[in-house]
Design a protein. Structure first.
Length: 262
């Protein structure tokens, strides 16, 4: 196996046919070997039935059913069950460009590269743009350089999607379970463990803005998880004062933005 596509889902019966069609296009576009792992996180609609049908049609598709434990737990379960050398995450109501994984794989030829990232968009029509012959690299660097970019110019992003990970990296740094803002901890924390990463100048992922997302949800006590995330990141980097100076700047802006919104 070359690439595992992990798809966590919860009550996504309506969006699954579109995602399935896009994944089929991705897998037909190049010569890589794939496995797709649907992690059904306690859906109460027809998501399980739809996924079972896809698995019957294509043996590369696999379904894992579990009680509802949240996005991070679903991603972690998919990681544990994966067998490929590389892993990517696709949220079940999003869409990926058919050559996204092909483009992300190109810089992975070096053993020192642990993450390759591309741009995501909120405009689905941008996925229809023709891919340029020579895709440029907007960032290439080590752990420190990636952290500086994430905290300063935001070329490296926090999100878990629109990225290709080496499995040996991501399996050793699981997502935090039971907390909001898990991508903040994962996006910053995993950089402590990488050799190098690359960001390519290519739009390959359509990130659909969700009505129930943190940014579009009324305030609740769970939003205070952001402060727990800040504490955990401080503990993770407690022996690296230079890194913490960048992280404090990034977290201050993030907390301030959410406080203003709420």
């Amino acid at each position: 196996m070359d690439i595992t596509i992990v798809v966590p889902l919860f009550n996504e019966a309506e969006s699954l046919p579109e995602l399935y069609a896009w994944i089929e296009r991705v897998m037909q576009a190049n010569h890589f070997s794939y496995e797709v792992i649907f992690v059904n996180d306690g859906s109460t609609d027809k998501s399980q039935e739809i996924c079972e049908r896809y698995c019957q049609q294509d043996p590369r598709f696999h379904l894992i059913n579990q009680e509802n434990r949240g996005l991070s737990a679903a991603r972690n379960r998919g990681i544990q069950e994966s067998t490929a050398e590389f892993i990517t995450f696709v949220d079940s109501d999003d869409v990926i460009k058919e050559d996204m994984l092909e483009q992300l794989m190109k810089p992975m030829t070096s053993e020192n590269i642990d993450i390759v990232e591309c741009w995501y968009t909120h405009n689905e029509q941008e996925l229809e743009l023709e891919t340029k012959d020579n895709i440029g690299i907007v960032f290439r660097g080590d752990a420190k350089g990636a952290l500086v970019s994430l905290c300063s110019d935001n070329i490296v992003r926090l999100n878990a999607v629109a990225k290709l990970f080496r499995r040996k990296l991501i399996i050793g740094f699981p997502f935090l379970e039971g907390l909001f803002y898990e991508d903040v901890y994962g996006g910053i924390g995993i950089l402590k463990h990488i050799n190098k990463m690359v960001k390519i100048n290519y739009i390959g992922y359509y990130y659909r803005v969700r009505s129930g997302s943190i940014m579009n949800r009324e305030f609740s006590e769970k939003n205070l998880d952001l402060f727990t995330i800040c504490d955990k990141l401080e503990q993770l980097y407690e022996n690296d004062k230079e890194a913490l100076s960048y992280i404090y700047r990034r977290l201050f802006n993030l907390v301030l933005m959410h406080v203003i919104d709420y």
